[in-house]
Write a protein that binds this ligand. Structure first.
Ligand SMILES: CC(=O)c1cc(-c2ccccn2)c2ncccn12
Length: 121
């Protein structure tokens, strides 16, 4: 059960929740919402050593596993790069991953994050 009081005390968690919601908006088809299922993606777990998806990132926020913004950004990049590794260029998933990575990193630039205060230092 999420202890709301501790959520208030953890400004980083609240920031990451907000950033995650904004990133998820860039995945309207929800290709990245859940772990990739080997039944839809033959051989996926042989090719992708470290799977990542938005639901896993959400769980890591709730479990207070992200110690910094950079760790969060690394998982976002991992998720997109996994999709660009497994799926051939030209596929719907490869194209969606490129667009998501591009749009997501634009949201995570210092000038976009600066207004969120000095909690990132
Ligand atoms: C992100 C990704 O690589 C992915 C998501 C999916 C996916 C995501 C939601 C519903 C159906 N498929 C997928 N299917 C086959 C091969 C790769 N994928």
């Amino acid at each position: 059960e999420i202890d709301m009081a501790s959520q208030k005390r953890r400004p980083l968690s609240r920031l990451l929740e907000q950033l995650l919601r904004n990133l998820e908006k860039r995945d309207p088809n929800q290709f990245f919402a859940w772990p990739v299922n080997d039944n839809f993606a033959p051989g996926y777990s042989d090719i992708i050593r470290r799977p990542m998806d938005f639901s896993t990132m959400k769980q890591k926020i709730d479990d207070n596993e992200y110690k910094s913004l950079n760790c969060f950004i690394s998982d976002f990049k991992l998720m997109c790069n996994n999709a660009m590794k497994y799926n051939k260029p030209g596929t719907v998933y490869h194209k969606a991953a490129r667009r998501l990575l591009h749009a997501g990193l634009k949201q995570l630039t210092p000038q976009k994050l600066r207004p969120l205060g000095n909690m990132l230092t």
